[in-house]
Ligand binder design. Structure first.
Ligand SMILES: C[S@@+](CC[C@H](N)C(=O)[O-])C[C@H]1O[C@@H](n2cnc3c(N)ncnc32)[C@H](O)[C@@H]1O
Length: 276
């Protein structure tokens, strides 16, 4: 029996997993050691305890540009340049840094702004030129800041952002506040009081499936015909694809790949009526 035949026999026998154990242990150990080392670095160098921020890998940013191009029906070259525009926005970086080091929550806030998937929100706002964007879940205001920056570059449109936490939104002031209305309370109740049509809706509040679904039900009658609906929870629940299917919309999903961070990343679900 030649060595090839011996390998084939072992591979088809119960001994196969034992024979492969050293390489299996090696692969999983290398992976876990890399995550443990990222985790240790993060614990000593960063401050956040929730809503983690990080950069995305260059390849993942390229995927984000293609995702934005698809959901906004825009040329991918433009989506790439909008993503670069927000990532290189020094004025926004310096503005957010100044607030982050002076806020009452500075002990739990990272100083450097890392917007990750929100660069995709930015590209979509630049592409669609919406009049009215609604974001549920403001938190510090990082997503709101990115959306407001896009609206300011568009020179049109405004943002309504909602959060149940009265201390939310501390990143929004100055020119960013000029295009942003912060509303405090439960998002489902606030959505039902919206007076203007919504061109872009972003769910990013209470991430329970029931609350996410309640937001989609509440916003449905407020959506413009061409509205795009995004969910920051589509890596956890199937609520947006289920709602998309039940309303005749299409659905797609972008998954983050964080660079040098233990967190495995979130994602963006998108639902819209295909544009003819
Ligand atoms: C993941 S954070 C939002 C992150 C933010 N959009 C960003 O881009 O960084 C979720 C926020 O939802 C808020 N929230 C939780 N339940 C809510 C509710 N029922 N209505 C409105 N906001 C809620 C929390 O207070 C928290 O600030």
């Amino acid at each position: 029996m030649d060595s090839g035949e011996v390998r084939r026999r072992i591979a088809s026998s119960p001994l196969a997993r034992v024979a492969a154990l050293p390489s299996r242990v090696g692969a999983v150990s290398r992976h876990n050691a890399a995550v443990a080392s990222q985790s240790a670095r993060w614990l000593v160098s960063r401050r956040e305890h929730t809503n983690y921020t990080y950069d995305l890998t260059p390849l993942n940013l390229e995927h984000l540009a293609w995702w934005a191009a698809s959901v906004a029906a825009a040329p991918v070259q433009e989506c790439r340049s909008w993503i670069a525009e927000i990532l290189k926005d020094r004025a926004l970086q310096e503005y957010a840094y100044r607030i982050s080091v002076s806020t009452g929550r500075r002990g739990l806030t990272d100083e450097k702004v890392r917007i990750a998937r929100r660069a995709g929100w930015y590209a979509v706002v630049r592409a669609l030129q919406p009049e009215h964007v609604v974001e549920t879940g403001t938190d510090k205001g990082l997503g709101s800041l990115v959306i407001a920056a896009a609206l300011l570059r568009n020179d049109k449109g405004h943002l309504t952002t909602m959060d149940i936490n009265p201390d939310s939104g501390f990143l929004i002031s100055g020119k960013y506040a000029d295009v942003t209305r912060i509303e405090r309370g439960d998002s489902v109740a606030l959505i039902s009081q919206l007076a203007e049509p919504v061109d872009l809706f972003i769910h990013d509040s209470d991430h329970s499936a029931a609350h996410e679904a309640a937001e989609f039900r509440a916003v449905a009658s407020h959506l413009a015909a061409s509205a795009l609906v995004l969910s920051d929870n589509s890596h956890i629940t199937g609520e947006l694809p289920a709602w998309a299917e039940s309303t005749g919309r299409t659905f797609t999903f972008f998954r983050e790949v964080p660079e040098d961070h233990w967190y495995p990343g979130a994602g963006i679900g998108a639902a819209w009526y295909p544009r003819g």
